[in-house]
Write a protein that binds this ligand. Structure first.
Ligand code: BGC
Length: 820
């Protein structure tokens, strides 16, 4: 098995949606699902194309309520390409499959080069055999280009062959079954401008309310002379090419497509831009060459390897999809990272808190992309300030779901497909999203040392989020504590106390603890700024001494609930009933969507100690043990490893991993204590998209948080890397199943840090030519590594061994320790 190939043998309509999502090709600007070029949205296939940041809003009536609904728009489909013998039927894999005429079918995604290949043998109804080889790319070199190369061989006949190539703008958003009764018609359909003859096809469209103009141009060429006829219709630009084929003589059709929108830079009119780009573009091989080179460069910056081929393959798949969603090409686009990638329409392409799981990998490899994602948030500070003000608060209240302009996009009702009922949705009360954003800013600063970013943008985000939480906190005189009321934690199964009419919970421990941490870090950030910048920012934000005193007071006196010697998920959690896990598992098997099961039974998870996902346990993921202890100590609460162990043991069996993020967090936490169980959970998380473990969710879009999170887990948890206080800390915890782990990292502007971790050894090398030494902390040791040298220390069973001998080795001129 190759570490670089995702291959499917045979055609299976049942799992086609999953293949399409996993075989999506993209470049950070746009992405196209891996649907066959001849297919249309028909319940089996869903050929979606999504352009980063292109949302459109339509009024809707949902569950009897008038509302509006912003979608990441399904753009015109650039793929359509099919063929037939002149008097035969158009190629259709499904019909051929049903009628036993599909002789062979293989699909392969080459992760290293970003190429999707399909090899098909098919017989038409008249008994003529065709062999088809198709290659597809969405260029990582030129973010506006895509190309499809199709080679057709008539195996046992000669005669006229007709090829149809088109751009289809008659698409709608209909990729997710439970949203289908929402309006999805986001594109206006213009008559295509006929270029005539061999000129490229051009299709223009525009989104309905956001009025983004989109243009696609396609140039189709054949290796044999072709007679062309334009086939145009409203919203559809097509060309039929008639060629003569000889038995066993291949004919190649090459379709090169350019995609532009009015959001693009350096463009006057996107139709003209698309025509110019497609006219000037090279042929498939030239485009493939440049595209492969671009991917080679990306992979060089993503060095991360474990000595387990299958694990490595899935890690590569995850990195691949992450970089197809956000890349160097998206840096200038002012886009956030949609939780489900540009791979489908789940969650309508909205941006949640999932970047919390995504940024750490990017920060240590592509800090410029991480920074751009933080800038997406900074630019939406005005919207977050308005939201806070509308709720009667100071500071910035970031939306739980965000899209184009940063307003709250969370739906207010959602459908339980099990009961068919529309239910109130209170998930917008997850105010902790703002804490995640402020936390990400600080972590970015710690890892990159980018003081300019902190001074210009980051500190402002942190202070405005801190200000919102300091204002949201209510002082309770009777206990001399601050309380944060009426919010939801990450666990979406609890949105109110049983029997209470008002939605929201009080004192969600994750929110309260992280709020305190963020408030303190925001003050640290302010203190770090040069005096003139500090004064200027304080004046601009009208931050007074009095308000800072309030910050300090909230940070010292916020309430954290406890029960039975563990941190309580929220105030009142202790009184909830225990849930009968065994009975429900026996009855339903998969109970990850317990909320839907219970609601269909006329019940609610609010009654039970049963969580959808890590909530209190998020604290052990987001904060280091020292940081968590520090917050709890500062608040005057019990802390330390015994509390952590009890709290972890308490919540693990009370959580059903209804979100892929949850098992990721559990694998992370357990890696510190139970290597074997942690490894099994890690493997499950790793496979969750590949196998569509949640039964039907991956076809609607990949779970990018879990994808990036698994890769990050290997680097930050197994290799034990953390970045704070200006040094790189190492505390490896290699699972017994991994013999060797290798990473190439970027840290505070240093390229060329190579880390090798084996069960018996850890080694860090700084490549020759690095501008300055790096500082690492290992246990109680502070070590400086000079360029061209390496440092190593023995490990015992993948963990630091007492009395490890430190050695420094000269790598010698030109020698490097690159991970393989
Ligand atoms: C999870 C959220 C997550 C969202 C998008 C939900 O199912 O509960 O935590 O942000 O999916 O991935």
């Amino acid at each position: 098995m190759s570490r670089w190939v995702l291959a499917y043998d045979g055609y299976d309509p049942e799992t086609e949606g999953l293949r399409e999502a996993l075989c999506t090709l993209g470049n950070g600007c746009f992405a196209t699902r891996g649907a066959g070029p001849e297919s249309t949205a028909d319940g089996v296939h869903y050929p979606g194309t999504y352009i980063a940041g292109c949302y459109d809003r339509l009024p809707a009536e949902i569950g009897g309520r008038r509302t509006d609904n912003a979608d990441l728009v399904n753009m015109p489909n650039w793929l359509p390409l099919t063929f037939r013998a002149d008097d035969g039927e158009w190629f259709d894999a499904d019909a051929a499959h049903r009628e036993d005429r599909l002789l062979s079918y293989r699909q392969e995604l080459d992760l290293r080069r970003g190429v999707l290949t399909r090899l098909v043998r098919v017989r038409d109804r008249a008994g003529r055999t065709f062999r088809l080889a198709q290659r597809r790319i969405v260029s990582m070199d030129d973010p506006h280009l895509a190309a499809l190369e199709t080679t057709i061989v008539a195996e046992d006949w000669s005669g006229p062959l007709r090829i149809r190539s088109a751009l289809d703008g008659r698409v709608v958003n209909a990729g997710v079954e439970r949203y289908r009764n929402l309006p999805g018609d986001h594109l206006t359909r213009a008559e295509p401008t006929s270029q005539g003859g061999p000129e490229p096809l051009l299709l223009r469209a525009s989104t309905v309310s956001s009025q983004i103009r989109i243009a696609m141009a396609a140039r189709t060429r054949t290796t044999v002379p072709a007679h062309r006829t334009d086939v145009a219709d409203r919203g559809w630009a097509g060309q039929d090419l008639a060629v003569d084929v000889q038995e066993n003589a291949p004919v190649t059709v090459e379709k090169v497509v350019a995609v532009f929108t009015s959001r693009d830079r350096a463009v006057e009119e996107c139709g003209e831009a698309a025509l110019a780009a497609v006219t000037g573009a090279g042929g498939f091989d030239a485009l493939l060459g440049a595209h492969t080179l671009a991917w080679t460069r990306l992979w060089r910056r993503c060095q991360l390897s474990v000595d387990q081929v299958e694990v490595q393959r899935v890690l590569n798949l995850h990195i691949f999809h992450l970089l197809q969603t956000v890349s160097e090409h998206s840096v200038d686009l002012d886009v956030g990272v949609p939780a489900r990638g540009l791979h489908g329409e789940a969650y309508r392409g909205h941006v949640f808190w999932d970047e919390l799981f995504i940024l750490p990998f990017l920060t240590l490899r592509f800090p410029e992309i991480a920074r751009a994602l933080l800038m997406y948030r900074w630019r939406r500070l005005p919207a977050a300030r308005r939201a806070a003000a509308a709720a009667g608060h100071r500071g910035a209240m970031y939306p739980w779901q965000s899209a184009a302009d940063g307003r709250e996009e969370t739906q207010r009702v959602h459908l339980n497909p099990r009961s068919g009922r529309w239910l109130p949705d209170h998930t917008h009360l997850q105010r902790h999203v703002g804490l995640a954003i402020a936390h990400n800013v600080w972590r970015f600063y710690e890892a990159t040392g980018d003081a300019e970013f902190l001074a210009e943008y980051g500190a402002e985000i942190m202070l405005e989020v801190a200000r919102f939480f300091a204002d949201l906190a209510d002082y309770d005189r009777s206990t001399d504590r601050y309380r944060i009321r009426g919010v939801m934690g990450p666990d979406e199964y609890h949105d109110a106390l049983p029997g209470r009419d008002t939605p929201g919970l009080d004192d969600n421990a994750y929110t309260n603890v992280l709020a305190v941490w963020v408030i303190r870090r925001a003050l640290d950030a302010l203190a770090l700024l040069p005096e003139d910048r500090r004064t200027e920012l304080s004046e601009r934000l009208a931050l007074t001494r009095e308000e800072i005193t309030r910050f300090e007071d909230v940070a010292a006196k916020t309430h954290v609930p406890f029960h039975d010697g563990v941190i309580s998920q929220f105030d009142g959690y202790a009184d909830l009933e225990e849930f009968d896990w065994d009975r429900y598992r026996e009855r339903y098997g998969d109970i990850r969507r317990l909320d839907r099961i219970l609601e269909a039974e006329g019940e609610t998870p609010n009654r039970y100690k049963a969580s959808k996902q890590a909530d209190v346990l998020m604290l052990f993921y987001v904060l280091s043990p020292d940081e968590l202890d520090d917050v709890l100590r500062h608040l005057g609460y019990d802390h330390g490893p015994a509390l952590a162990a009890r709290t972890i043991a308490y919540y693990l069996p009370r959580t059903c991993d209804g979100s892929t993020l949850s098992s990721l967090v559990h694998a992370w936490i357990l890696a510190h204590t139970d290597g074997d169980e942690a490894w099994e959970i890690f493997l499950d998380t790793l496979r969750s998209d590949l196998t569509d473990a949640q039964h039907g969710t991956t076809p609607e879009g990949v779970h990018l948080g879990a994808m990036a999170g698994t890769v990050d887990l290997v680097q930050r948890c197994y290799a034990g890397i953390s970045t704070h206080g200006g040094t790189l800390h190492l505390a490896p915890r290699l699972p017994p199943a991994v013999g060797e782990l290798r990473l190439g990292l970027r840290y505070r502007g240093h390229w060329g840090i190579d880390l090798t971790c084996r069960q018996d050894l850890i080694r860090v090398a700084l490549r020759p030519g690095a501008a300055s030494p790096i500082h690492i902390t290992y246990g109680a040791e502070d070590i400086e590594i000079q360029p061209g040298t390496s440092w190593q220390s023995p490990l015992r069973d993948g963990r630091p061994a007492a009395g490890g001998r430190l050695t420094e080795t000269d790598l010698g001129p030109g020698r490097t320790e690159r991970p393989g």
